[in-house]
Design a protein around this ligand. Structure first.
Ligand code: KG4
Ligand code: ZN
Length: 339
């Protein structure tokens, strides 16, 4: 096995995206993404207003083989050249995780190469550094549909939890408020679009837990405040103002808590990842606040913010280069914590 330069193939199937990626990398070098294929199931789940687990897993199994073949062709790599195979083994939907991890284990077994089971959150966490030569010490904010997590990162594999949501994740709040406003699933990108024409100060929605000393989050009060306002509004719904005011509350909470976390831990760099970090207004607010506080802000490239397999391949590559692997008999873990 060549531990100097390694080729990794990874599968991500924890929720409603089926994804396969191939990366090449070595210690201290920027990782090359040779292929990153994604088959999104969003249109399929949209008519149900959210993800239907059985539909998701059936579609993963329908698309996986084609995506693996396309990834190999796009990367110009033969299956026999892959040094290790990886898949997301948690957290996520059990039936979806099983499809990707079983496929990756099967390939690893047939090729007699190592398998690596990767935590989906570690994939998001490391994604801002995919094209860098190293993962520096920093404060990390993962904001996705399932998680809102603040971590202190010493380096790869050395994470300490600083705070997390006590109820809804930030993306979940976007999706639920999107539904209330009659917008299609997922609500995040739809609210961002509608909010562009609105006044973010039109409604003074609550910034829950902002002034409490801990670093946890809460978004359910904000969601309920939007619901009550909707019930009170008569006549033409001020959709753009509601969306912009909701979004501003989410941004204020995320930016202020994350900056406080960096100040408390003494880190000089903040990294954002996960689907919600695709939000331009959020990225801009972090850049402005970071600039003011003298902190460096790193954000995952837009194609690596929402679920993808390149981030899983990158996390697996770092572990593989460090000599790690996972047992083929290992299980999936729908509620797998990162720390
Ligand atoms: O990371 P991700 O693809 O999947 C999970 O691991 O959850 O994140 C999906 C979440 C959804 O809640 C979606 O509404 C949100 O990310 N999202 C956004 C934007 N794009 C996706 N939220 C706010 N603004 C966006 N532009
Ligand atoms: Zn995700």
């Amino acid at each position: 096995m060549n531990l100097v330069v390694a080729l990794l193939l990874a599968i991500e199937s924890s929720c409603d995206e089926t994804a396969v990626a191939i990366v090449r990398g070595s210690v201290g070098q920027a990782t090359e993404v040779l292929a990153s294929e994604i088959s999104s199931q969003i249109p399929l789940h949209r008519e149900h207003g959210g993800v239907v687990p059985e539909l998701a897993s059936r579609n993963h199994s329908l698309h996986l083989r084609g995506l693996v073949e396309k990834a190999l062709a796009d990367a110009g790599v033969a299956m026999g050249e892959i040094d290790a195979f990886a898949a997301t083994t948690g957290p996520g939907l059990a039936s979806s995780l099983l499809i990707g991890s079983t496929a990756a284990k099967g390939m690893a077994c047939a090729a007699r190469r190592p398998f690596l089971g990767i935590n989906h959150l570690e994939g998001h966490l490391l994604s801002p550094f995919l094209d860098q030569t190293q993962v520096p010490p920093h404060t990390a904010l993962i904001v996705s549909g399932g998680h809102t997590l603040l971590l202190d990162v010493e380096g790869p594999g050395r994470y300490q939890k600083l705070g997390s949501t006590r109820d809804d994740a930030a993306g979940e709040a976007y999706d639920k408020v999107g539904k209330m406003l009659g917008l299609p699933y997922p609500g995040g990108p739809e609210i961002e679009k509608v909010a562009r024409g609105g006044n973010p100060r039109a409604y003074d929605f609550p910034r829950s837990m902002l002034h409490e000393p801990h670093l946890d989050f809460s978004f359910s009060g904000l969601k309920t405040a939007v619901l009550y306002t909707l019930q009170k509004e008569k006549g033409q719904l001020p959709l753009a103002d509601l969306a912009a005011s909701f979004q501003q509350a989410v941004i204020d909470i995320l930016v202020q808590k994350t900056l406080r976390a960096a100040q408390q831990t003494g880190r000089r760099q903040i990294a954002l990842s996960g689907g919600v970090s695709l939000n331009q207004a959020l990225r801009q607010a972090f850049l402005v606040a970071g600039d003011r506080a003298g902190l460096e802000i790193s954000v995952a490239s837009p194609v690596f913010c929402t679920d993808n397999a390149a981030m899983i391949a990158f996390a697996a590559l770092l572990r593989h280069l460090a000599g790690e692997s996972s047992p083929l008999g290992g299980d999936i873990h729908p509620n797998l914590p990162l720390v």
